[in-house]
Write a protein that binds this ligand. Structure first.
Ligand SMILES: C[S@@+](CC[C@H](N)C(=O)[O-])C[C@H]1O[C@@H](n2cnc3c(N)ncnc32)[C@H](O)[C@@H]1O
Length: 255
């Protein structure tokens, strides 16, 4: 039995690594992930050079980053996930390490990305403070994490995280105010908060969990439609409560 959360995450992601390749193996699911990645990458300042993807996993996001910003660094606690990254992004610099103990000097990066890694850790403020530490003063943190503002989504996640062997029972989503508060406690000023993913997230995001769209003719076209509808809903008051993820852009507050 794993003794620590770090050991539990290594164990969990050992089993998950092959599922990610499956998740990205359909045109419709890749379309959705690429749109999500483009939304995050759109916040990279034009002069940014040194970029870290924290919790890069199997490297699909890192591959898109690397295409636009060569020399990006990917760090993950799971060597099994990184082995897949190595196939997809052979030229990227990959580091096996723990986000709760980062092996980089203060101010090393212009941008730190976290896509879905914060909620796997237990010391959220510590994790974010580490991001703050390795960012240059003018740097930017770009994060996307599961959002639990909607009580139905919160309940569904709680059940899934407890029942499914693809999650750890201690993993949890965040409310908008909760995650903004965590960023502020860790020394960030939050610049932008936007919900992301409703229909496309559910139907196209995770064919390893919900594969119904695989059987639907024209699923790529339908995914494009879902993405467009989601973008409108996520921009509207109240309806944005339907969003499954929250994208945050934050900068180090003046010390
Ligand atoms: C949900 S996956 C997301 C992977 C990738 N960012 C993506 O979007 O496909 C979460 C990743 O965070 C990594 N992770 C969990 N805890 C970590 C920690 N303490 N330090 C570094 N990586 C961690 C896991 O190994 C896993 O690869």
């Amino acid at each position: 039995m794993p003794q620590t959360n770090a050991e539990a995450q290594i164990e969990l992601h050992r089993a998950l690594a092959p599922r990610y390749a499956y998740r990205y193996s359909f045109e419709f699911s890749r379309l959705f992930q690429e749109d999500w990645h483009a939304e995050m990458i759109s916040h990279v300042p034009s002069d940014a050079e040194r970029i870290l993807d924290l919790g890069c996993g199997t490297g699909f996001f890192l591959a898109e980053l690397e295409a636009r910003h060569p020399g990006s660094v990917g760090l993950d606690i799971s060597h099994e996930m990184l082995k897949v990254s190595d196939q997809y992004v052979p030229d990227a610099r990959l580091v096996t390490g723990d986000a709760e103990r980062l092996p980089f000097a203060t101010g090393t990066f212009d941008v730190v990305f976290c896509k879905g890694s914060l909620h796997h850790t237990r010391d959220h403020v510590g994790f974010l403070a580490n991001c703050r530490e390795v960012l240059a003063g003018s740097g930017v943190l770009i994060m996307s994490e599961p959002c639990n503002d909607n009580p139905i989504i919160r309940l569904a996640r709680a059940v899934l995280y407890r029942r499914s062997r693809h999650f750890d029972v201690g993993d949890q989503g965040f409310t908008r105010n909760g995650i903004v508060g965590l960023c502020e406690q860790a020394g960030f000023e939050v610049e932008r908060v936007r919900k992301y993913g409703i229909l496309a997230y559910v139907f196209a995001g995770f064919p390893d969990h919900l594969g119904v769209l695989r059987l639907v003719p024209g699923n790529a076209l339908l995914t494009r439609l879902f993405i467009a509808v989601d973008r409108i809903l996520c921009a509207l008051p109240v309806l944005n409560l339907l969003g499954f993820h929250i994208v945050i852009v934050a900068r180090p507050a003046a010390r």
